[in-house]
Design a protein around this ligand. Structure first.
Ligand SMILES: Cc1ncc(COP(=O)(O)O)c(C=O)c1O
Length: 379
């Protein structure tokens, strides 16, 4: 056992800010001095950089990752009477956005190892009303987009990637937003590319999605004083400036996350009571979260309480799956297609260990040591 008790935080936002403070401050200063804070030049610059980063033709900054999803759905004509297939072991916003667009959520099971949507479960859930597949790149690893694309082509479906969690990831020979109609990004502070508040974006190669989302986010206006019904959901220039400074570091930060994941994997290899995250061969997993699962559901809260008591701010993502939330489905249209044992196991057994680029050796090793100590004593 290591001698001293440490406090290990779950996030490193302030450390990250201090590491690149001059770059962030310079961009904030530039926006403040520009006199243009909404739909200004900094947003334009960041949208260009974000599209280049993804290799897409377009990127549109919006208010948050949830709006990005339902604005993309609306731009693709998805609404009442349509069904969208996704998973229940995701952040609530995935389903919420489908409902906001007026469509029906259909849940299928996730893959036992990746926890992303299981493509082999999709076709049985397709009906005449199915319009879209909404895979979530959960915890930082892409869903199997090649299989998803094949199904979408066969059934003439739209694909919208919920990429709130995996910016900078890729699959075996595909990039995010390459095999879909659109991908959405969240910039809330805790994401791998996070601003000091809320933000989001849609990235797409489809000029019509670009045109419609741009218009909808700005009160249905693409020309001064001319409107049709829309919304107010723009990414502010101050956030765009912060994100522009941070985007230059995202690959190096992903590499650091991968480094900590390797350290956890090596250090925790002997643990008998937890399952470590699975990396699909050939994929770049960018470890938005480092999620282990206890082998038995009743061990999860025991491990969580133990780590919290040892000063380690471990959390759960997401312990109550969407269909298990109180009041579900709140009068909204929803359907669970087939049994979903993997999604339910993921919800019951998941624990996220501290994972952020600015972790230290000491913090990672202390976390490993404490998990192993707990593991040794499990009966
Ligand atoms: C998978 C997933 N989808 C959607 C969202 C929604 O993003 P936001 O919080 O920016 O609205 C998040 C994160 O919050 C998320 O993790």
């Amino acid at each position: 056992m290591l001698a001293t008790k440490l406090n290990v935080a779950f996030y490193g936002h302030v450390r990250q800010y201090h590491n690149i403070q001059a770059e962030i401050d310079a961009n904030i200063h530039e926006v403040l001095e520009s006199g243009q804070y909404v739909l200004g030049p900094m947003l334009k610059r960041f949208e260009k950089e974000l599209a280049e980063f993804h290799g897409t033709r377009h990127a549109i900054g919006v208010g948050n990752g949830t709006d990005a999803l339902w604005l993309a759905f609306k731009a693709l004509g998805i609404g009442p009477g349509d069904e969208c297939i996704t998973t229940t072991n995701t952040f609530f916003a995935t389903a919420e956005a489908i409902w906001t667009a007026g469509a029906t959520v259909v849940f299928v099971d996730s893959d036992a190892r990746t926890n992303c949507i299981d493509p082999t479960k999709i076709e049985a859930a397709i009906t005449a009303r199915t319009r879209a597949l909404v895979p979530v790149h959960l915890y930082g690893q892409c869903a199997d987009m090649k299989a998803i694309r094949k199904i979408a082509d066969k059934h003439n479906l739209r694909v919208i990637e919920d990429n709130a969690q995996a910016i900078g990831a890729h699959g075996d020979g595909f990039r995010i937003a390459e095999l879909s109609d659109a991908a959405t990004v969240s910039f809330i502070i805790q994401k791998n590319l996070g601003t000091f508040g809320d933000g989001g974006a849609v990235v797409t190669n489809d000029p019509e999605v670009d045109r419609v989302v741009r218009k909808l986010r700005n009160h249905g206006s693409d020309k001064r004083s001319c409107h049709s019904p829309g919304y107010n959901s723009r990414l502010d220039d101050l956030h765009a400036g912060i994100l522009s400074a941070k985007l230059k570091h995202i690959d190096e930060w992903s590499d650091l996350r991968i480094k900590w994941a390797r350290r956890y994997r090596k250090g925790l290899a002997a643990a008998r009571n937890i399952v470590l995250p699975f990396e699909t061969p050939g994929y770049r997993h960018v470890y938005h979260l480092y999620v282990v699962e206890t082998r038995r559901a009743e061990l999860r809260d025991r491990l969580l309480d133990f780590l919290n008591g040892e000063g380690i701010d471990a959390k759960c993502h997401y312990p109550i799956a969407i269909h298990q939330q109180e009041g579900y489905p709140w009068g909204r249209q929803a359907r669970i297609a087939g049994p979903i044992p993997n999604s339910e196991r993921n919800a019951a057994c998941c624990i996220s260990l501290p994972m952020f680029p600015e972790l230290t050796d000491e913090e990672a090793d202390y976390t490993i040591d404490r998990v192993l100590d707990w593991d040794k004593r499990v009966r």
